[in-house]
Design a protein around this ligand. Structure first.
Ligand code: UDP
Length: 425
């Protein structure tokens, strides 16, 4: 596995660490369970990290010396591609010949490394884009910067050279074919997953149907655990704080909810869990300022990125999780929230349309007008029966996405890459 720009050992939810990290961790673990030994190469961001670390049985993380021992902005990382590639090749040379059967690269930077390594080792490479610059550039938030031409070009090269491409949704597959010219017979669709042992309604011993009252009891327990008020309405945003994820829409929608019903102030609160991301790391401050400008500072709490078991408590504690992203290749947060039995109010964009079944497991909102989010949240908060129905639908929806299914799909793609003529499509 190649994950140059972010390590699977990092805490997701801030900087460059997010869904890709979770994907690499969970997929690697599952592959190891299927008997596939995995080595993940990532850039060392500190001189203190060991050369290798064991992520799980059968999964080794290799820290590659390339560039300074510090966080490097993503747009500056192409300067270190050669050094990274050289170190990957050097490591392989220390193994017995033919050590790696296949390369799986994540994000276009790693795809560039894969292009060189695959040629040298004469092995196939499978690539997952995670995000596509052309799609992102078509849906920029106000104030967001377009992805540079270098990335567009680099992505194009990776798509052209990859033995197979893995898309998270049929829509991403269509983008790879339509926007990047990928050959349709080389693109597989494999949905990412959710760890259903971590993300589930609390207090239940795993599995079994959800009984009436389970969700309310789970919410109460998690609120207690987090030190939150037992009563009251809680809206939650989880993820990296950046314009693309649009947490500002949630704040505007909250102000609108208060405008419509000032008595709500006594019971409504908002939590934002996650840290700054992107070149302009000022974003969380901008959000704090926005809350102040909207007169809702007292209702909004900002929480640092949380490990997933704690995050599960936040999901359970919330009445709704809001995912107003401008673009989203999948949106693991939406899946995780649903797995915990919490309805999602999400933008009807990208993978969120796959993750959330509109009117069944949550509500999809067209566009990014905060008033529309306020409408959806208003409905949800005012109608406990709707909330209960969506909560049950959410659990059912998420149950269809496990990482073991992802690993099976990915393994099928690997088989196809290794033995192109032997695999039935
Ligand atoms: N995440 C986390 N702790 C946090 C915030 C986020 O572990 O405080 C994880 C979350 O569980 C999810 C991932 O970060 O798996 C975010 O993935 P998503 O696909 O929603 O967004 P991305 O970061 O890939 O844009």
């Amino acid at each position: 596995m190649l994950s140059m720009h972010t390590s699977p050992l990092e805490q997701p939810g801030t900087g460059d660490a997010g869904g890709l990290n979770v994907y690499v961790v969970e997929l690697s673990r599952q592959l190891a369970r299927h008997g596939v030994e995995v080595e993940v190469f990532t850039r060392a961001v500190s001189s203190r990290v060991p050369a290798t670390a064991q992520l799980a049985p059968g999964v080794t993380v290799r820290h590659v010396d390339a560039g300074p021992f510090e966080e490097v902005r993503r747009e500056d990382l192409p300067a270190w591609l050669c050094a990274f590639t050289a170190d990957v090749l050097r490591t392989e040379a220390g193994h017995e010949p033919g050590w790696f059967d296949l390369i799986h690269s994540h994000y276009w930077l790693s795809g560039q490394v894969a292009r060189a390594a695959a040629r040298r080792w004469a092995v196939p490479f499978v690539h997952t884009s995670h995000t596509l610059a052309k799609v992102k550039n078509d849906a920029l938030a106000v104030g967001d910067r377009p992805e540079p031409a270098g990335r567009l070009h680099g992505e194009q090269e990776v798509v052209a050279d990859a033995t197979r491409l893995i898309a998270s949704t049929a829509e991403e597959r269509a983008h790879l074919i339509g926007l990047y010219g990928a050959a349709p017979d080389r693109v597989d669709v494999v949905a990412p997953g959710v760890d259903l042992t971590v993300f589930r309604p609390g207090g239940r011993g795993g599995g079994g149907p959800v009984r009436p009252g389970d969700i309310a009891a789970s919410r109460a327990r998690s609120r207690l655990r987090l030190g939150l008020e037992a009563d009251g309405e809680l809206l939650l945003f989880v993820g990296r704080i950046q314009p693309l994820k649009a947490p500002d829409i949630l704040l505007h929608a909250t102000a609108e909810l208060l405008r419509r019903d000032p008595s709500r102030r006594a019971r409504l609160s908002v939590a934002v869990v996650g840290g700054p991301s992107g070149a302009g790391l000022e974003q969380p401050d901008a959000l704090v300022k926005l809350a102040a400008d909207l007169g809702i500072s007292d209702l909004v709490r900002f929480q640092p990125p949380a490990p997933q078991p704690e995050l599960a408590h936040w999901y359970r504690a919330a009445d709704a999780v809001v995912v107003p992203s401008h673009s989203e290749s999948f949106g693991l947060v939406a899946l995780e929230a649903q797995a915990c039995g919490t309805p999602v109010v999400a933008a009807a964009v990208g993978g969120l349309r796959t993750a959330v079944a509109d009117g069944v497991s949550g509500l999809l909102v067209p566009g990014h007008d905060p008033l529309r989010y306020a409408d959806a949240l208003d409905r949800l908060l005012r109608q406990p029966r709707l909330r209960a129905r969506l909560a049950a639908g959410a659990i059912e929806r998420a149950a269809g996405f496990g990482w073991s299914a992802t690993a099976r799909g990915v393994l099928h793609s690997y088989q196809h890459a290794l033995h192109p003529t032997a695999v039935a499509v």
